[in-house]
Design a protein around this ligand. Structure first.
Ligand SMILES: [Fe+2]
Ligand SMILES: [Fe+2]
Length: 193
């Protein structure tokens, strides 16, 4: 059942990234110049970690096992799987809006801001739904043999920003985030609890 705490901690890390995105937008609203490299770093993290590891692990291990043990969860699982796809679409829209903003300047900021707030709200609600509706059901319905396989899959990858083995690439991003963003965004502070 270790996967449950791994999923929750990955959601918490995602929450910190979403919070950072909203905060960076607020800073620009308040007149700060955008630091595009931070946005690119955060988006690369979302693409590499959320869309290529976290969601596929839920799709391929947690959801099918739960469906087999608790068939009544079918529509919920279908909805969450669709949200993974929808989240990727919203992510691409945000990425395109960033590119337009970087290339064309301030006139494109309102559209970029809109795509960021749509994305952060969507992914927050998605993680919340999983924690409220799927994880408690999985805890009840799945057997030890199911957990062995799910746990092994979730153990496999290491979060490049928030895990213990930071890649050089992402530790640079983490340092940037820590140095730029106000409390409670410091490493090890409240936002990681
Ligand atoms: Fe998910
Ligand atoms: Fe999730």
């Amino acid at each position: 059942m270790r996967a449950i705490s791994i999923i929750k901690s990955e959601h918490k890390n995602l929450g910190a990234v979403l919070y950072s995105l909203d905060k960076l937008i607020e800073e620009i609203d308040d007149g700060k110049q955008p630091d595009f490299s931070i946005f690119h770093g955060l988006f690369t993290y979302i693409d590499r970690f959320l869309d290529r590891y976290h969601h596929p692990k839920e799709n391929h291990y947690l959801f099918p096992k739960l469906l087999a043990r608790a068939p009544e969860t079918e529509s919920l699982i279908r909805e969450l799987g669709q949200q993974h796809t929808e989240g990727e679409i919203l992510f691409v829209e945000m990425l395109k809006a960033l590119s337009a903003y970087e290339f064309s300047g301030d006139a494109e900021f309102p559209h970029f801001r809109e795509t960021v707030s749509r994305y952060t709200e969507f992914e927050r609600n998605h993680a919340h739904k999983e924690e409220e509706e799927i994880l408690p059901r999985a805890r009840e319905a799945l057997q030890d043999s199911d957990w062995e396989e799910i746990d092994a899959a979730f153990d496999e990858n290491e979060d490049p920003i928030f895990g213990n083995k930071w890649s050089d690439e992402f530790s640079g991003l983490l340092n940037k985030l820590i140095s730029r963003l106000p409390a409670p965004l410091g490493l090890g502070d409240d936002w990681k609890k």
